[in-house]
Design a protein around this ligand. Structure first.
Ligand code: GDP
Ligand code: MG
Length: 347
C-alpha cells in the first residue's frame, strides 16, 4: 500500500511500481461509467402515448377516465350513450404521460347521430398506441351469454391487433363473490389471447393503479406532448357544455331521451373582476320537449343551472354567471351541419 501511495505522489512511476494496476483501475472506471450511464438512461426514459378507452355503453369508460386522471373530465351518467364526443384526459407523471381518449360505446347503432358517434370511436382507436376495452364485469359475470353479442363489433378487429390491448373487467365492487369472475375472464382470454386482463373498480379505484402502471409500460418512448398541469385537451367551453348536458340528463331521467344538445353561444371573460359569463343554449328536438326541460315555473332549468354552475366554478376556479336558454330545433340530431357545428363531427 505504501508503495502505491508513494508512487501516486509521483505519477510517472506508478505504472513502473505496480504493473497492471493502471489497467485494472481503468477497466473498473470504464465499467462504472457504463453502469452510471445505464442507470441514467433508464431513469430518463420517458413514455408518452395515447390510450383509447372503448367498449359497450355504460361499462364505466368515463368513470375510469376520471379516476385515472384524478378529476372529472368526462361526464358520467347512469344512462348509456351520454359520451358523444372524443374526450381526452391526461395523466402526467414523472416517467410517463398517458393521454386518454374516451369514446362513445361501440355497438350497433342507427341514425346519423349514432353513426357520427361510432365514427368518432373508430377514429379514436386508429390514433391510439394502446387499446383499453372496458366491460361491466358484474353484468357479464351474471349473464355471460350477453358477452358475444355486445362485443361483436370489437371481437375480430381486436383479435387482429398488434398493439397492446388491456381488457378492463370493471365494477368488481358489485360482485360479492369474486370467483364468479373466473368464467368471464376465461371467455375473454379465449377471445383475445394476447390481451392483458385487469379486474378493477373504476368507481372505488380498486385495481386502477396496477392497470395504469401496466398501460404506462406499454406506451412508446417519447417526450410529453402536453404541459404537465393540463388535464384535458378539450376546450373549457366544451367541458362546460358537457356539464350542463350531464345535469340535464340527471334531472330529466326517463322523459327526454337523447334529443338534447348544449351549445355554448357566448363566453365572456371579465378579467378585471375575475368572472366569466356563459350563455348556453339547450336544443331540444321537439316543441313538446321544451316545457319538460324548463319544468313547472322554471323549476327544472333553475336546478340544472345551479348544479351546472357549481361544477363549472370548480372547473374554472373563478366566479361564473351561467345563463341557460332552451330552443327548439326539429330533428337536430339528423342535421349533419348542425352536428358538425356542435363538434360532433358527422361526416
Ligand atoms: P360509459 O358509458 O362507459 O362511459 O360509463 P360511465 O362511466 O358513464 O358509467 C356508467 C354507470 O356505471 C355510472 O352510473 C357509473 O357510476 C357506474 N360505474 C362506473 N364504474 C363503476 C364501478 O367500478 N362500480 C360501480 N358500482 N359502478 C360503476
Ligand atoms: Mg361515457
Amino acid at each position: 500500500m505504501n508503495r502505491i501511495l508513494q508512487a501516486l505522489k509521483n505519477k510517472d512511476s506508478l505504472s513502473a511500481c505496480c504493473p497492471g494496476l493502471l489497467e485494472s483501475v481503468n477497466i473498473h472506471l470504464q465499467s462504472r461509467v457504463l453502469q452510471l450511464q445505464r442507470e441514467n438512461m433508464s431513469e430518463s426514459v420517458f413514455k408518452c402515448g395515447w390510450v383509447a378507452l372503448m367498449g359497450p355503453p355504460n361499462a364505466g369508460k368515463s368513470t375510469l377516465l376520471n379516476t385515472s386522471v384524478g378529476q372529472k373530465v368526462a361526464i358520467v351518467s347512469p344512462r348509456p350513450q351520454t359520451t358523444r364526443n372524443r374526450i381526452t384526459g391526461i395523466l402526467s407523471g414523472k416517467d410517463a404521460q398517458v393521454i386518454f381518449m374516451d369514446t362513445p360505446g361501440i355497438h350497433q347503432l342507427r341514425g346519423k347521430m349514432n353513426r357520427a358517434m361510432l365514427h368518432s370511436a373508430w377514429q379514436a382507436m386508429e390514433g391510439a398506441d394502446v387499446l383499453g376495452i372496458i366491460l361491466d364485469a358484474d353484468l357479464y359475470a351474471r349473464r355471460l351469454e350477453f358477452l358475444d353479442k355486445d362485443l361483436a363489433p370489437l371481437k375480430e378487429p381486436i383479435a387482429a391487433e398488434n398493439r397492446p390491448v388491456f381488457v378492463v373487467a370493471n365494477k368488481v365492487d358489485l360482485l360479492g363473490d369474486k370467483s364468479k369472475l373466473l368464467p368471464l375472464l376465461e371467455t375473454l382470454h379465449g377471445f383475445w389471447p394476447k390481451a392483458e386482463i385487469f379486474p378493477v373498480s373504476a368507481l372505488s379505484g380498486e385495481g386502477v393503479p396496477r392497470l395504469l402502471e401496466a398501460m404506462k409500460k406499454a406506451l412508446p418512448e417519447g417526450e410529453p406532448q402536453f404541459p404537465e398541469d393540463m388535464l384535458s385537451t378539450l376546450p373549457m367551453r366544451f367541458m362546460a357544455a358537457e356539464i350542463v348536458r350531464e345535469k340535464l340528463f340527471l334531472s330529466l331521467r326517463q322523459e327526454l331521451p337523447y334529443s338534447t344538445a348544449v351549445d355554448i353561444e357566448a363566453w365572456d371573460e371579465d378579467f378585471e373582476r375575475g368572472h366569466v359569463t356563459i350563455h348556453a343554449v339547450i336544443y331540444v328536438g321537439r316543441s313538446s320537449h321544451k316545457p319538460m326541460v324548463i319544468g313547472h315555473a322554471g323549476k327544472n332549468i333553475k336546478q340544472v343551472g345551479q348544479a351546472a354552475r357549481k361544477e363549472i366554478i370548480e372547473l374554472l376556479d373563478r366566479k361564473v354567471h351561467l345563463e341557460l336558454w332552451v330552443k327548439v330545433r326539429e330533428n337536430w340530431n339528423e342535421d349533419a351541419s348542425f352536428l358538425h357545428a356542435l363538434g360532433l363531427g358527422a361526416q
